[in-house]
Design a protein around this ligand. Structure first.
Ligand code: UTP
Length: 290
């Protein structure tokens, strides 16, 4: 088998974000600020810190702000120079220079599987990462880097997972798998959002994947499923039938920032960790009569 490095990451960001309405009516949820950076910047920084150079973002109507954020802002830079705020320039420039960005429009939000299929021609015949733009994972060793290392040992698709409470299994794709070694599971199949009684485990699929190009042929054959959308999970079930596929338990704190409560939790925890604001914010929280 040809062994290839992971150099491309697809970030699907064309969903409607209905769990976060009304803010997502006219603004992309991926641009919600976590302290002082939009959610999607955390994900791109994780990709870059994991050795990825090419970022392919799937966008749709109303998502222009994402492209503008990762572009050079000529006017802003000029104004900052003229108003003595030059020190802000390197950080701003770095946002557009940290990777090569490519944008693909998904004309209708027909599901995560369909969004991924839109990237087929840019990925070609190589393994690649998929990172959901509203899943924030905080760990000194970037989540995707942890997965890339597993990929380099196994050269097989790797699905990022975390253990969840039994009461939460109905919200996730759940693994039916056997343990290979600490934190690594060989996948038999996946069950989408099962009732607790039907869940084969408590290992939930989260928003990080390393996939191989066979997934595209499988997605092309996948009929619309739940909500009339092409579901990535359906194609992954087929992939598990033809290839060894592993679930890797990602180390780190993970926040579903596309959900209102998950977003608030991420905001508090990242705020407390922020070098400039952390102490003041902690004192403020301590002063609340909770
Ligand atoms: P989600 O189901 O979490 O996102 O999809 P959503 O549809 O935007 O949000 P809700 O559930 O209505 O609140 C997972 C990821 O797949 C992307 C989303 O942007 C999100 O990052 N996605 C989903 C697409 O790019 N296209 C789609 O058609 C659907």
């Amino acid at each position: 088998m040809r062994k290839q490095q992971i150099t491309k990451a697809v970030i699907p960001a064309a969903g409607l974000g209905t769990r976060f309405l009304p803010v997502t009516k006219a603004s992309p949820k991926e641009m919600l600020p976590l302290v002082d950076k939009p959610l999607i910047q955390y994900v791109v920084e994780e990709a870059v810190a994991s050795g990825i150079r090419q970022i392919i973002i799937i966008t749709g109507r109303g998502k222009r702000a994402i492209e503008d954020h990762f572009d050079i802002s000529f006017e802003l830079e000029e104004i900052l120079k003229q108003t003595g705020k030059k020190r802000l320039l390197p950080e701003l420039r770095n946002i557009s220079e940290m990777a090569d960005f490519c944008y693909i429009r998904q004309s209708q939000p027909q599901g995560l599987g369909h969004a991924l299929l839109c990237a087929k021609h840019v990925i070609g015949d190589e393994p690649f990462a998929v990172m959901l733009g509203d899943d924030i994972i905080d760990h000194p060793k970037p989540a995707l880097k942890q997965m890339v290392e597993i990929y380099e040992n196994h050269h097989a698709p790797i699905i990022g997972i975390q253990q969840v409470e039994k009461s939460e299994v109905h919200q996730y794709g759940i693994l039916d798998a056997s343990v290979t070694k600490e934190g690594l599971y060989k996948i038999k199949t996946l069950v989408e959002k099962p009732a607790v009684a039907d869940a084969p485990s408590d290992l939930a699929v989260i928003g990080r994947y390393i996939l191989t190009p066979e997934i595209f042929e499988l997605l092309e054959k996948t009929p619309p499923g739940k909500n009339n959308e092409i579901q990535l999970t359906d194609a992954l079930k087929e992939l598990a039938k033809i290839k060894s596929m592993y679930g890797y338990r990602i180390e780190g704190s993970r926040y579903d920032a596309g959900d209102k409560l998950g977003f608030l939790q991420a905001t508090v925890e990242m705020g407390l960790k922020n070098p400039q604001l952390g102490n003041k914010f902690r004192n403020y929280l301590k002063g609340l009569s909770l």
